[in-house]
Design a protein around this ligand. Structure first.
Ligand code: 5GP
Ligand code: ZN
Length: 114
């Protein structure tokens, strides 16, 4: 837990979130800014700044859950595709410094993303 980290606060329930998936190691929730319907963030419960500071075990735990979360999104929102996105450091667009994977469901060429 990092004191000033909003995603650690979300994991602890101090900041409310719309949960998509949770287990011992991973939490997934709807992004507050829905790039497309069902835009979800998948994060490790262990605080880590980004991919540069993530050990292999935490990375394995995180990435191994992505297919399950992607399929939960598919069942709930019925997209026809999905983008996975991960920003590391400010220069690459990272704004929250707790590792996260964006899952962005796609609904066709006019869905407003890309
Ligand atoms: P980044 O820009 O770091 O790759 O992505 C951070 C994401 O976190 C953004 O898409 C932003 O909308 C989302 N976000 C920031 N604060 C909150 C919050 O308090 N709750 C939720 N659910 N998402 C947040
Ligand atoms: Zn954190």
């Amino acid at each position: 837990m990092s004191q000033d980290c909003i995603f650690c606060k979300i994991i602890d329930g101090d900041i409310p979130s719309a949960k998509v998936y949770e287990d011992e190691y991973v939490y997934a929730f709807l992004d507050i800014s829905q790039t497309t319907k069902g835009h979800t963030l998948v994060i490790p419960k262990q605080h880590t700044r980004n991919i540069f500071e993530t050990d292999a075990t935490t990375a394995e735990q995180l990435f191994s859950r992505v297919p399950k979360v992607a399929n939960a999104i598919k069942e709930a929102f019925h997209p026809v595709g999905l983008n996975m996105l991960n920003n590391n450091e400010e220069a690459a667009g990272q704004s929250v410094f707790h590792l996260h994977i964006h899952l962005i469901p796609r609904y066709g060429s006019d869905d407003g993303f890309g």
